[in-house]
Design a protein around this ligand. Structure first.
Ligand code: TYM
Length: 325
């Protein structure tokens, strides 16, 4: 029996935060056991917001390096830069002809960036390219954070529409989100998600942060009224957010942490949480430092070559089905 295929992508910011790590990357690594895994640094997606070419160039490379440090294993996973596999863009055009304007306009991430000045065709078409990323590999499952659920819904709609119109081609991919940590919140505002676009550095913990930086950020994190440590998103969103990070990075169940720290006060709890987060991230920081740039480049070149072959095979059938052969 063939193993099921997993695909996911991440934008090339390089300095990934713990939200992405806990929400998605830990699953990327875990799924290498038992699945065929394909992972992509989505550099074309990053071009939909204002950026500098030099930053994109550096960010792609740092992102690839960080993915290897996190534990994406090139012996078991296909890893490559999206822009080096042009079939993604070709399929995206075809899927775009099936995507309704109404549905694209309802995409939350599009609406969030929807001030007129920043709108462009790329940002509107963003989720269609994302669907093409997934479908060009006929992936069965996609590990992501909760914020990507709507894009995955669109992906299934487009796959279904293609299958109905041209004949069965694409599996409808399921979304894989973690039970804890699918939506890690900002440290400065626990009602909005931790995000790379938040102007405040203190709102997020980066995988690369030193233990000292992590301690400072956690100490300054916005917490809630009262003094008790409790897991309750209604009344204690700040503490609940830290509990999720603590739990996942220390690999300890939340109820155990709650009973240990219930009455210890926020200061003691935060210090313990910061230490656990820093300890959990330490091996990744070390691995990142130890990687060789030429090796990273070589892994990415090999990955792209394999991905192009596979995507080309898939596109041959697609082109035939839609009438362009
Ligand atoms: P990106 O680069 O914004 O985020 C990468 C992954 O991290 C998850 N994530 C979070 N999870 C929990 N809490 C948070 N605060 C948090 N912030 C980010 C995201 O859900 C994501 O899984 N559109 C995608 C990139 C993409 C893609 C794809 C993903 C392009 N093509 C195909 C899957 C399949 C994005 O912007 O991810």
């Amino acid at each position: 029996m063939d193993r099921k295929r997993v695909f996911s992508g991440i934008q090339p910011t390089g300095d990934f935060h713990v939200g992405s790590f806990v929400g998605a990357l830990m699953n990327w690594v875990a799924l290498q056991e038992g699945y065929e895994t394909i992972y992509c640094v989505v550099d074309l997606h990053a071009m939909t917001v204002p950026y500098q070419a030099a930053d994109l160039r550096a960010g792609r490379h740092e992102s690839a390096r960080m993915l290897l440090a996190v534990g994406v294993d090139p012996e078991r996973s296909l890893l490559y830069y999206q822009s080096e596999v042009p079939q993604h863009v070709e399929l995206s055009w075809i899927l775009g002809t099936l995507a309704g304007l109404g549905q694209l306009e309802r995409m939350t991430q599009f609406k969030e960036k929807s001030d007129r000045a920043r709108q462009n065709l790329g940002i509107f078409a963003y989720p269609v390219l994302q669907a093409a990323d997934i479908l060009v590999h006929k992936a069965h499952a996609v590990p992501v954070g909760e914020d990507q659920a709507q894009h995955l819904e669109l992906t299934r709609d487009l796959a279904q529409r293609f299958n109905t119109r041209f004949g069965d081609e694409f599996p409808l991919p399921e979304t894989i989100t973690p039970k804890i940590g699918a939506r890690i919140m900002s440290l400065t505002d626990p009602t909005s998600k931790m995000s790379k676009s938040d102007p405040s550095d203190r709102s997020r913990i980066l995988i690369k942060d030193s233990p000292d930086q992590i301690a400072k950020k956690v100490k300054a994190a916005v917490t809630d009224a009262g003094t008790g440590v409790d897991y309750d998103w209604e009344t204690k969103p700040g503490i609940s957010n830290l509990l999720e990070l603590f739990s996942v990075l220390a690999n300890r169940p939340i109820p155990e942490l709650v009973s240990e720290y219930a009455d210890s006060g926020y200061g003691v709890f935060k210090a313990a949480a910061a230490e656990a987060i820093a300890d959990g991230l330490a091996p990744i920081r070390e691995a990142y430092e130890g990687l060789d740039d030429a090796e990273v480049a070589e892994v990415m070149a090999r990955g792209a070559a394999t991905a192009r072959d596979r995507a080309e095979t898939a596109m041959k059938t697609v082109r035939e089905k839609v009438g362009i052969v």
